[in-house]
Structure formats: C-alpha cells, structure tokens
Design a protein around this ligand. Structure first.
Ligand SMILES: [Zn+2]
Ligand SMILES: [Zn+2]
Length: 262
C-alpha cells in the first residue's frame, strides 16, 4: 500500500474519467491520496478538491495558493482559504512557495504571498507543502524567518516534487521538512537528483505523482495519475537497495506521522 502525497485530481484533464482514474489508483494499491486543491484556481473553483475529499474516504486535501497565481492573493482570498482550511479533511496548507523558473507572478509578490500563507498555516496549525523552483536561497531564508523562527517548525511540512541540491534537502530536513520525490526521479537526466535520493535519511522520504504532470518512466509524456506513484516508489526502492514493500511502508509511516489523517 502506497500514499500519493501530492496530486491535482481537481484539474479539468480528469473531467472525462476522474472516477475511473481514482479507481485505478486503488487497484494499484494507493491507499490514500492528498489532493492539492486550489493550486490552479484559474481552472476551477477553489473548493473542487474539497468536494473530492467529501466524496471519497481515502482522499484528503490541502488548500493554498500556488506561487504562479500569487498576483491573485488579497485579503478576501486569504479569508476564503482560511475558511476552506477548516474543512475536517484538510491536512495541510499548500502548495505555496516560490517559482523563479516561470515567474508567472512578480518575485516580490511571490515572496510576500509566501510569507502571508506561512502565517496562515501557523494560525491554523497545519503543516505546509512547499513548491520551490530556481529559488533555493529565498525559499530557505523565508522559511527560516517566517516558519522556523515564527513557531511553525513543530508543525512540519514537505518540500514537494524535490529537484534541488543535496544542500537544500539537508537544510530543509534541519528545518523539520520531509522531502518528496516525484516522477522526475526516474528521468534520464536526473542523476544529480538520484544522488540526493540515495543520501537522505529514510524517515524523511515521501513519494508523489504531482499528477497530471511529470509522469514517471515508463509513462513519461503521458498524462500522469495517482496509480503511477508505484513506478516512482519502485524506482526509489531500487536506488535504496530495498524491496518496494519496504519503501511503501516507510513512506506511508512518514506521511501519517506528519499529516495524521484520521
Ligand atoms: Zn508544485
Ligand atoms: Zn502540485
């Protein structure tokens, strides 16, 4: 049994076969999915992911505004996110962070919105799910100041779809974070990332799909879905010299320790 710690099943790409996609995940042994709701609010309502959590006992949710959309953040949206976060199946605040690769929102706005959402997560006592791309130094600095030194550390969090350096991973672990690997781990040009995955303590690891994006080998290029988290977990197992069942057990225990689904 595995957990997909990060999926976007609310996206329109699943409108035609969402129920079947979820059923395939269950058949593949995915016992729980964490739906990252509202990360793409331009495509739908903020609470679409929460309705999935209402419908399926094994789907839980996180709410937050993706750094791509940071320009849309205002007091009203913040209140709306906070209210949604009170839903009993919301386990985390995210995904939030900084993306300097796409720069869909200005960097200073991204930084301000990142800080504000960290404050909200502390107020709501939720772990955070961090998206960071080409922004390691600013991410670390903001997490130190607005999370670790502001009372967030004990709540914990995840560096999702990790693609950073070993130094970044170790810094994040020091700050109380888990490191989640996606299908990127299986890509041909990811040798550096594989080196990171080999080096980290097992009790800090998670796996995810980040579907519909980043399908792992051998599905690369296709629409991703939660069932494929098994391919990433199997790959990680080989990297660590463990059985798939052992990686499944370890990552499931890690997820449950952090998010405490009921
Ligand atoms: Zn992300
Ligand atoms: Zn995501």
């Amino acid at each position: 049994m595995l957990i997909d710690s990060h999926c976007h099943l609310d996206m329109p790409l699943y409108d035609a076969d969402r129920v079947e996609t979820i059923a395939r995940a269950r058949e593949a042994g995915v016992e729980l999915m964490l739906e990252i709701a509202g990360s793409d609010i331009s495509h739908g309502s903020l609470d679409k992911g929460l309705r999935l959590a209402d419908e399926f006992p094994f789907i839980y949710a996180a709410v937050g505004l993706h750094p791509h959309e940071a320009s849309l953040y205002d007091d009203a949206l913040e209140r709306q996110l906070f209210e949604l976060s009170l839903h009993p199946k919301v386990l985390g605040w995210g995904e939030i962070g900084l993306d300097y690769h796409y720069d869909h929102s200005p960097r200073d706005v991204q930084r301000r919105v990142f800080r504000r959402q960290l404050e909200q997560a502390i107020k709501r006592r939720l772990p955070v799910i961090i998206h960071t791309r080409e922004a390691e130094d600013d991410t670390t600095a903001i997490l130190r100041e607005s999370w670790v030194d502001s009372g967030g550390r004990e709540l914990g969090g995840v560096m999702h779809c990790f693609t950073g350096s070993l130094r970044m991973a170790e810094t994040a672990i020091e700050m109380g974070f888990l490191i989640s690997f996606s299908g990127v781990l299986t890509f041909k040009n990811s040798e550096g990332l594989r080196q990171v995955a080999r080096s980290l303590p097992l009790d800090r690891l998670l796996v995810e799909t980040d579907c519909p994006y980043l399908a792992p080998a051998p599905y690369r290029g296709k629409r991703n879905e939660p069932a494929y988290v098994c391919a990433t977990a199997a790959y990680l197992a080989v990297l660590r010299g463990l059985e798939l069942g052992e990686i499944a057990r370890i990552t499931t225990v890690n997820f449950r320790r952090l998010f405490q689904p009921h």
